[in-house]
Design a protein around this ligand. Structure first.
Ligand code: B1M
Length: 215
């Protein structure tokens, strides 16, 4: 049954069918599949196939947009079902997708998992300017600034954020974490970010580590 639901999720994303995606998400949750497993083996597997088809020129913008809409619908259902920690933990995180980048599905999963783990998270959304990351971090009294990017062309904004933090004397005040499909630990080291996370689960782990270093 689990495999069937994963296949239905993949198919729904490939077809760009939001209703079928929502149905597969609900069925998966009804069958008590772990929300993150359902996401990884079903919907993310599907959107990765969509990405490959798009990259290979076998799928075009309208198809990509429909698949993204189906993915957004399923993600909202699954994020809402992630079990919540009862205890809140000390740790305030400001997070957003960098300026010029509209990809936010992965970032939204990271936010949902952080909140489920009791962190206080301010989600700035997508296309977030460097100045806004910093202003909001100041207002929110954040411990950590997290940035996401999916485009190789906007990775540089993560570097500029580090530079701006240094320039304004705030680098010691905030720990930074970077993520997104093209982002690597090597990139994080190169730009001077404090941490890198591969996926949402890794993000929670790395943020806990950063907070331990901070206190
Ligand atoms: Co676009 N897109 N897209 N797209 N899109 C990619 C990224 C691409 C690789 C597709 C391809 O060519 N194969 C390609 C980028 C190529 C490159 O940069 N070299 C691409 C392109 C080219 C574009 C446009 C330029 C297309 C065009 O218009 N010609 C355009 C750009 C618009 C813009 O941003 N300015 C565009 C638009 C779109 C849509 C809007 C249609 C849609 C996004 C909808 C949305 O996000 N609301 C979309 C989609 C869906 C994709 C793909 C297919 C899927 C992305 C996704 O949601 N993955 C993508 C191909 C791919 O990545 N396989 C592609 C699932 C998600 C769960 O994974 O986001 O990696 P991910 O998040 C993971 C981890 O990375 C990590 O945890 C998450 C959960 O596990 N993580 C973090 C992410 N952020 C983190 C932050 C952290 C920690 C971990 O701490 C702060």
């Amino acid at each position: 049954m689990t495999e069937k639901i994963y296949s239905a999720a993949i198919e729904a994303i490939l077809q760009g069918d939001a209703e079928k995606a929502a149905e597969a998400a609900r069925r998966g949750l009804d069958e008590r599949i772990d929300p993150l497993e359902l996401m990884a083996n079903g919907f993310i597997a599907g959107i990765n196939q969509v990405g490959e088809l798009f990259g290979a020129g076998k799928l075009f913008i309208p198809g990509l947009v429909k698949s993204a809409a189906a993915m957004e619908k399923a993600t909202a259902i699954i994020n809402a079902a992630i079990p919540q920690e009862q205890e809140t933990v000390n740790g305030r995180i400001v997070i957003g997708t960098v300026e010029g980048d509209m990809h936010d599905i992965g970032k939204t999963i990271v936010v949902a998992l952080l909140r489920a783990n009791g962190f206080d998270v301010l989600d700035l959304g997508r296309d977030v300017a460097i100045e806004r990351f910093i202003e909001e971090a100041e207002k929110f009294k954040a411990d950590i600034i997290g940035s996401s990017t999916l485009l190789t062309t906007t990775m540089v904004v993560q570097k500029e954020l580090e530079e701006e933090l240094k320039k304004s004397g705030l680098k010691e005040k905030y720990k930074t974490i970077v993520g997104g499909a093209p982002v690597t630990q090597r990139w994080a080291n190169r730009i001077g970010a404090d941490s890198f996370a591969q996926d949402a689960g890794d993000g929670v782990k790395k943020i806990k580590q950063l907070l331990m270093k901070k206190s």
